[in-house]
Write a protein that binds this ligand. Sequence first.
Ligand code: PLP
Length: 448
Amino acid sequence: MTQHRTTAEWQALSREHLLAPFSDYKQLGAKGARIVTRADGVYLWDSEGHKILDAMAGLWCVNVGYGRRELADAAHRQMLELPYYNLFFQTAHPPAIELANAIAEIAPEGMSHVFFTGSGSEANDTVLRLVRHYWAIKGQPSKKVIIGRINGYHGSTVAGASLGGMQAMHEQGDLPIPGIEHIAQPYWFGEGGALDPQAFGEWAANELEKKILEVGEENVAAFIAEPIQGAGGVIIPPESYWPRVRQILAKYAILFVVDEVICGFGRTGEWFGSQYYGLEPDLMPIAKGLTSGYIPMGGVIVRDEVAQTLAEGGEFYHGYTYSGHPVAAAVALENIRILREEKIVERVKQETAPYLQRRWQELADHPLVGEARGLGMLGALELVKDKQTRARFEGQGVGMRCREHCFGNGLIMRAVGDTMIVSPPLVITPAQIDDMLLLVRKCLDATA
Ligand code: PLP
């Protein structure tokens, strides 16, 4: 347990010692962090005792909600039994084996192997190593290039940030590393111009074929994409996009990597976003909802044909000390048990997501909202100056202002530029969705 301190003391101590991720250090220095001290269900409490509705489920990860004692008990039991062992050098342990088996049961048909990692970023580092190793074993070592998308997010390690298409991250890190290309994103509201959404979706998908031909099929190892771009701003592709991408991938010998770090474990109302869209990936990076964020863990779910090829390749010189960590695996197993036994994914599909989406659409009438979009347990609002022309408030920090109003009113909603996004715990109730919507509207009114 941490000791009791006042908010000012926490902030001072944090300023002295903590280098926080994805934070503006100048702002933090001036204002100090908001200190979150406890959580239950869909709510957080800060060090001042304020109750906050967490409409982001932490960082899109607390799928079963906060305060689930069963997850703490699973970690406790496993720590006493076998707190650590690894999967290196021909060893294994029951929690990792059981977990790989449980994941195989819920994964798409023909994807029954899992390589464990410590996070989503590590999962995408593994993807990069694995796809190049795969093609080398197949006798095609020139197939090294991985195609990602502008504004895609695949993590913050060197490989993850390179595969992602976040310009600010590339600029700071002198990224991407060689051998990674990016194509346009299927972001109709922001980049569709005069095209209607379906024509734009086809155009964006065709960019993949253009890039394959430019790089040469013999040099392309894989295409990586999120089913719905999360950190990029909950970008839901037009309906024409995925079918056209699938047609293109069927023409070329290229691995398809569907990054399920956000969409996995129920967020779309299916276990995986790939199932929602009928995609047939070769590799699926996972993390976040795998343990509902209670403990760090990630992995890559691998198609059986790819796993068989790896088996022919002898030693794979890759892995992490915490790959398949027994305590994390025990928590993930318990988390999957909860999702299954409480039928949380089914409930999202049949009740919670339809209700959230119906209520979310009501926000479209707000003068600031150019588009209210959503799917499953994801929602986004595009804040605009002019609803008709979709003109934005260039550089005026409207999204950040809205986020501040949310903070002040007991709601966590994230701002990606002027796109406001939500991704609440999957267990949020209709009454709590009503409360969330009241708060969102109040914050929009305050921002306008
Ligand atoms: N992939 C996607 C789609 C993500 O959204 C994220 C994190 O937000 C990652 C990968 C990276 O995961 P982590 O932060 O666990 O490294």
